[in-house]
Every structure is written in C-alpha cells, then in structure tokens.
Write a protein that binds this ligand. Sequence first.
Ligand code: ATP
Length: 315
Amino acid sequence: MTTMIELKGVTKRYGNATVVDNVSMSMEKGTITVVVGTSGSGKSTLMRMINRLVPISSGQISVDGKDVMSVPATELRRRIGYAIQGHGLFPHRTVAQNIATVPQLLGWDRARIDRRVEELLNLFHLDPGTFAAKYPSQLSGGQQQRVGVARALAAEPELLLMDEPFGALDPVIRGKAQDDLLAIQKQFGTTIMLVTHDMDEAFHLGDQIAVMSEGKLLQCSEPGKILTEPADPFVQQLTGTSDRALKLMSLLPLKESMQPPRPGLGYSLPQTLNLRDALAEMIWQGADEAAVEDDSKVPVGSISMQHLIELGRKA
Ligand SMILES: Nc1ncnc2c1ncn2[C@@H]1O[C@H](COP(=O)(O)OP(=O)(O)OP(=O)(O)O)[C@@H](O)[C@H]1O
C-alpha cells in the first residue's frame, strides 16, 4: 500500500479558536476515508486544508509524497477533484461545459474533452443527448448533484475530496449515487476523502472512518473496529449502539461467511448480499436456512439463521 495523503499535527486556528487541533492521519491510495463528527467539529476545514482552500496554521499535509505547500495552489486544485454539497455548479454554463471545466484548464483537446463528458454523463445515468446542453437550473437537485460529482471526476483525479456530496438526495437516489461512486472508485482506483453526517453512508462507503469532535480526531480506524473497539465514549455515541450488531453484519459479505453447499434447500440468496441483508431476507421469507448462489444461480454455499446470528456477535 502507498500513502496518498499524510497529515502530521495539522492545526487550524481562527483567532483564539482552534477549530482543527493537531490532527495526524494517513490515507492509502485507492481507499475511501469517511470523516464523521458533530456539526462544527472541523470536518470541512480539515478537508479544505488539503487542497489549500483554507491555509494551515501549523502542521504538515502531503499529497502523493509532496508537501502541499510546495505545490502551487492552482495546480493542486486542478489535480484534486472537489465536490461539495449544493454542487457549486456554474449557473451560466451548460452541463457539458460545467463538467469540462478542469480538462479545459488543463488544455485537453476538444475530442478528448467531448469523449470524457459523454462517458461521465453515461456513468451517472444522465443521457448526453438530453442533458449535455441543459443549464443547471433546468435539472432536479439530484441531477445537479450528480453533475457536480461528474465535474469533480472529469480530469481523472487520483484524489477526490467530497464534502457531503449526497446530502440533498432522497434515500433511493442517495443509495444509487453511493453505489455509482463505489463502482467508479473501483474502476479508476481513485483515493476518496468524504465528509458525511450519515453514519449508514459512512459504514457503506468507508475503508476507514475518521471521527472528529471539537477539532480533535478521536479515532481513525476501519469500520468494524469503530464498532467493536471505540476509542472514546463519543465514538460509541455517534455511531449508535442500538443497531451495532446489524451495522457490523452489514460490513461482512455473505460470500466470505457462508457454509458449504447443502442439497435440497428450497430457498436461495445471491452471494453478493452482506450478512445484514441476508438476515433481513431470511426473516422476511421465514427461512431457517438458505442456499447461496453465484451470479449464474449456481449454488456455491449455504447459510443458516443460527450461523448468521453467531456472526453478528461481538468478537
Ligand atoms: N472562516 C472562518 N472564520 C472563523 N471561524 C470559522 C471559519 N470557518 C469555520 N469556522 C469555524 O470552525 C469550526 C469548524 O467548522 P467546519 O465547517 O470545519 O465544521 P464541520 O465539522 O464541517 O461542520 P458541519 O458539519 O456543520 O459542516 C466551526 O466552529 C466554524 O464556526
């Protein structure tokens, strides 16, 4: 693994107020780090110091091995994608022109830009023929948000910073946007840092979760560890205790936990489910045991209710 972002003792002060307090953490290439915490805990400020939208008071940030202060801010912002809640689209530019912003600044040729715009619109399920020439005001909030994320991805950045990118989306579109992002991230190997208030989103997307409170980083660990070994009572409170067994199960793929195949089972589940969704399905269907099938509906394993319940136990 190689490190994409390294923060060492990063601090931000406004007058007497320390809004980011001595934060150290690192993010590996090709992973997603989700930052959570109460309102005003310094999440956006932390993120905005990485692309130098906010000057650092003390400490050091390096991106891809280079101190951000040694790279011109404009160059840094062209290399790092940035998507914010409320999308920040240019109202007087079409969807296509919005998405083309950074590639144009980088001097890509017309044909390459057009290809990239079309590819991204398709990727985000926005038909280019319908949407490319529209203005942001002619789109729904969810469509605008997808254009905002497409714009951030346009120049194929290795690093993408996202500040509540799906905040304004309804739950169905939000789930879809999260899955699209995961697919795109896998395809391009992008490193992503994402701020959210939604703990389900954090557990769904994060390879690691960073928990902030009053400017301090309380814990930065893989999601399972955040649940089973919270470093601080606040971490436990923020992630919630009522459904922690189910949250833990949502992190475990059925494929990796199933038992050997057993003939004669009348009910089956796809191996792509996580354990929480498998449990929900089995409760709903009243099944005590199910076959597990691969994409071609060939049985590759089985899972019993008893085994599922054991897998949800703390350690
Ligand atoms: N330009 C500024 N001048 C003074 N104080 C600021 C400035 N920008 C942010 N702050 C303060 O810094 C603190 C952290 O703000 P920040 O936006 O980083 O928090 P956040 O965790 O992202 O909050 P939210 O979840 O509400 O978006 C807040 O108390 C905020 O009022």
